[in-house]
Design a binder for this molecule. Sequence first.
Ligand SMILES: Cc1cc2nc3c(=O)[nH]c(=O)nc-3n(C[C@H](O)[C@H](O)[C@H](O)COP(=O)(O)OP(=O)(O)OC[C@H]3O[C@@H](n4cnc5c(N)ncnc54)[C@H](O)[C@@H]3O)c2cc1C
Length: 488
Amino acid sequence: MKKHIVIIGSGVAGLAAAVRLGAAGFKVTVVEANNYVGGKLTAQQMGNYRFDMGPSVFTLPDLIEDLTKVSKQDVKFEYLSLDKICNYFYEDGTRLTAYTDKEKFATEVATKLGETKESVYEQLKFSATAYELTAELFMEQSLHKLSNFLNLKTAKAILQIGKLKMGKTMNDVNRARFKNQKTVQLFNRFATYNGSNPYQAPAIINIIAHLEHNIGAFAPKGGMHDITMHLYNLSLKLGVEYKLNTRVQHIKTVNDTAVAVITSNGEIAADIIVSDADIKHVYTKLLDKKYYPTKILEQEKSLSALIFYWGIKKEFKELGLHNILFSANGEAEFKCVFGEKKPYHDPTTYINITSKVTPTDAPEGCENWFVMVNVPHNTSGEPVTYVKEMRKHIVAKINRLLKTDIEQYIEIEDVQDPYLIEQRTSSSGGSLYGNSSNNKYAAFLRHANHSSRIRNMYFCGGSVHPGGGIPLGLLSAKIVSEMIAEKN
Ligand SMILES: Cc1cc2nc3c(=O)[nH]c(=O)nc-3n(C[C@H](O)[C@H](O)[C@H](O)COP(=O)(O)OP(=O)(O)OC[C@H]3O[C@@H](n4cnc5c(N)ncnc54)[C@H](O)[C@@H]3O)c2cc1C
């Protein structure tokens, strides 16, 4: 008889695990607290505007292609290659476009910021080297399986790790390379792609720039939510069953073996349980207290976000799919958000407009703005109180840098903050990416993809190894599925 696997949560990693385990021949049931699938990777329609609610940056599409291949289903996932990665705006009026074409990007940085083109190439080479040396070792396999370290390839990679300037922070390396603080700010911002602080995160976090600048920047044709729907549809074709509106309240163990989930709609027996829910939620709310791994769960959490979803009845020609309006003082901003754990009054403001590539996402002559600033994760457990004040700062910033009066063009509005993110996804404090990577041991301090104390209990998703964000979430699902297939 087929073994029955229960997956808790239908975030992107839960969906990817459902596809892989369904394709491997297991009977799979996904139990999801919400009445929709996707977790953070969801969307909403407001009037004639469509909004992706969470992730907006799409890299490594091969990871999605791989899932299509594994599923053996004839369903296409369509996406575009972008020729512009991002438009950058600075307080002093400097504007710069990061092109995917390296020569064009280096020329732009040289012309607008006074750097040498060689320094840009060196930076991108450093990111590429970091990726080549570490991706397979730290991201594509379990760090908690000794045999993964006992091979020649790994030994070679470990010997070269000196090249990665492990004793230095991301900011140290970027400041040493570039003359202009604006260039440093541009490359430092990649730390926020996994919710970290470039003044604390190790230099290796520069690896993130490699994805967009060396491999490529992409956009799903129908918006980010296409990723969720594609994986969901593949899993349905493989016979995966979904129980929506069903919250897991307890994971039942017998003799340190996971045997069932107790849900808001009754008990479901399982041979194997895979949790895609935030690891802190699992240990504090779902498992017996005796299993609580204090050291791992008390690591610093990643950033959260405050997001406004605005239907804008105007077109801004100077904006593209991704746009960043930098804070006048990046260092003060990170100090405030990570040190004082408060939102900053002059926040780096990200504007994502999917209607630039998918015109049906907004009415003609209008745009769907996703306006996001980084804020600390919420430790109070209570609703945050700064939304109104931060909205004023954000509106002022947009008005200054885009020389507009944005308020008059906002015809529809919604907002999401760390409290709401936690309510909707059970992510600890509304953190976007699980733990931060603010120290060089962070990779080793994430929870493993299996439990060392509970048999048949596995974990995937942004709060466990290898980390947060869609690509790493997809890799966690791959690691978990391979571990399960190997043992069963
Ligand atoms: C605003 C925002 C912007 C982001 N930007 C990007 C980006 O540009 N690029 C990128 O790659 N990543 C980005 N991220 C991060 C990315 O969204 C996450 O890393 C990823 O989606 C997490 O997926 P996951 O599989 O861990 O599950 P989650 O999305 O966290 O979903 C977990 C699911 O489990 C369910 N669940 C939890 N507990 C239970 C329970 N007890 N019973 C039943 N169900 C339960 C939840 O309801 C939820 O559906 C962003 C996130 C946010 C919020």
